[in-house]
Design a protein around this ligand. Structure first.
Ligand SMILES: Cc1cc2nc3c(=O)[nH]c(=O)nc-3n(C[C@H](O)[C@H](O)[C@H](O)COP(=O)(O)OP(=O)(O)OC[C@H]3O[C@@H](n4cnc5c(N)ncnc54)[C@H](O)[C@@H]3O)c2cc1C
Length: 374
């Protein structure tokens, strides 16, 4: 079977759905999604609440306007993280689904894009411009393609890195990929598993402080976790040609588990218990409460990561339209790009923003009937 559309969007996640909802009316669009449902990863974001943007993102106003135009209101917490007013990620997905169903859009779920070929003819030619073969043996012909297949983080939600392969097959380059926004492995901490403590975490590399984050530290059986820990992981990476294990050895963490107390106040105490829980106090004595050193043995893998570092080389993309500089009519949006932010709504903001920008450019391309041949 074959389907002929103006725009084919590969990936029904945050970027793909924002794009599908923003394409001009009258433009025939289809979304190809590998999972049985749309927006699977969005459902897991923000602990099921979906932290959809942050007041610190330059483009957050456009995201809020986009969702408000589809009826979804979002409100910030005291740290500027925006969540849907209902506090449910499922409502974000529902809003996007309704927006897409109101557009001229066919949705193919349980359907993976397997290859993209440039078919040659100009935009008016019968063979359109791109041929997308799918796992359902359905072939889609499109004048423009948006590759929004996400990265490699959390593959259990469908993101197994297909987008990089599809892009490479078309001549694009992908920078080194590694998992970020995940826990750090520090060795045996089984007796502390499940304990949470307010604190400040400093990442040291070659003995020098590289970055510091504050917040809730969560102890796991082999390390530490929590947003403040996640945000340090982009800095724990190997240099070009360096083995990851060598890079880890150069790093260590220093935990201040009593950030609201001065060294003098601590010196006047007899025990760390009372500031720390009993279990933590048994492990961390008063002398080390403001500077407890833990080695970095590694970071958690793709399954636990919230984001991919690295991606499609940005030099090969026109950032104002998200169109490929190598292949006219091919566009990119979302985590597949070499763009990554900290926890707090920055990565979803990137997905919505680049998805909407690509939709605007694809709509213009189709309306103007621009030839795909450079
Ligand atoms: C547990 C968790 C919590 C997170 N919480 C937050 C948060 O609160 N705030 C925030 O800003 N960010 C958060 N993130 C990160 C954020 O979810 C991602 O950065 C964002 O979803 C990326 O959007 P995307 O559209 O590029 O990719 P995705 O949303 O991952 O969508 C890509 C889609 O493409 C599909 N796909 C892949 N290959 C194919 C193929 N060959 N054919 C068809 N479809 C394909 C996938 O199934 C997937 O549905 C979180 C991530 C995780 C894992």
């Amino acid at each position: 079977m074959s389907l002929r559309v103006d725009v084919c969007i590969i990936g029904g996640g945050a970027a793909g759905l924002a794009a599908a909802a923003s394409i001009d009316r009258g433009i025939r669009t289809c979304v190809i999604e590998k999972n049985k449902i749309l927006g699977r990863k969005i459902l897991a974001t923000g602990g099921g609440r979906c932290n959809l943007t942050n007041a610190g993102c330059q483009g957050h106003g456009a995201t809020l306007d986009f969702f408000a135009s589809h009826g979804l209101q979002a409100f910030p917490d005291e740290e500027g993280r925006y969540y849907p007013y209902s506090g449910r990620a499922a409502d974000v997905v529902r809003t996007l689904e309704e927006a897409v169903s109101g557009a001229d859009c066919r949705v193919l779920t349980d359907c993976a894009a397997e290859s993209i070929e440039v078919t040659g003819g100009g935009i008016e030619a019968a063979d359109a411009g791109f041929r997308i073969r799918t796992s359902r043996k359905e072939t889609v012909f499109a004048k423009a393609v948006l590759l929004a297949a996400g990265g490699k983080a959390a593959p259990q939600f469908g993101t197994t890195g297909d987008g990089y392969r599809l892009a490479k097959d078309l001549g694009h380059h992908v920078t080194r990929l590694y998992p970020i926004l995940t826990g750090i492995r520090c060795g045996e901490l089984r007796d502390l598993k499940g304990i949470r403590a307010r604190g400040r975490v400093t990442l040291l590399k070659d003995g020098a402080a590289l970055a510091q984050e504050s917040g809730e530290i969560q102890f796991t059986e082999d390390g530490i976790s929590g947003i403040c820990v996640f945000n340090l992981t982009p800095l724990i990476r190997a240099e070009d040609g360096e083995a990851p294990q060598e890079a880890f050895k150069r790093c260590c963490l220093e935990l201040d588990l009593a950030p609201d107390f001065t060294a003098e106040e601590i010196a006047g105490r007899t025990s760390s218990f009372g500031i720390l829980t009993r279990e933590l106090a048994d492990r961390v004595d008063l002398e080390h409460i403001k500077a407890w050193r833990l080695p970095v043995l590694g970071i958690k893998g793709w399954r636990d990561a919230q984001c991919t570092a690295g991606g499609i080389l940005l030099e090969e993309i026109h950032r104002d339209t998200m169109e490929s500089a190598l292949i006219p009519g091919l566009y990119f949006a979302g985590e597949i790009l070499d763009i990554q932010g900290p926890c707090g709504g920055y990565n979803l903001q990137n997905a919505w923003e680049t998805g909407m920008r690509a939709a605007k450019a694809m709509s213009r391309q189709i309306r103007e009937g621009r030839s795909l041949q450079p």
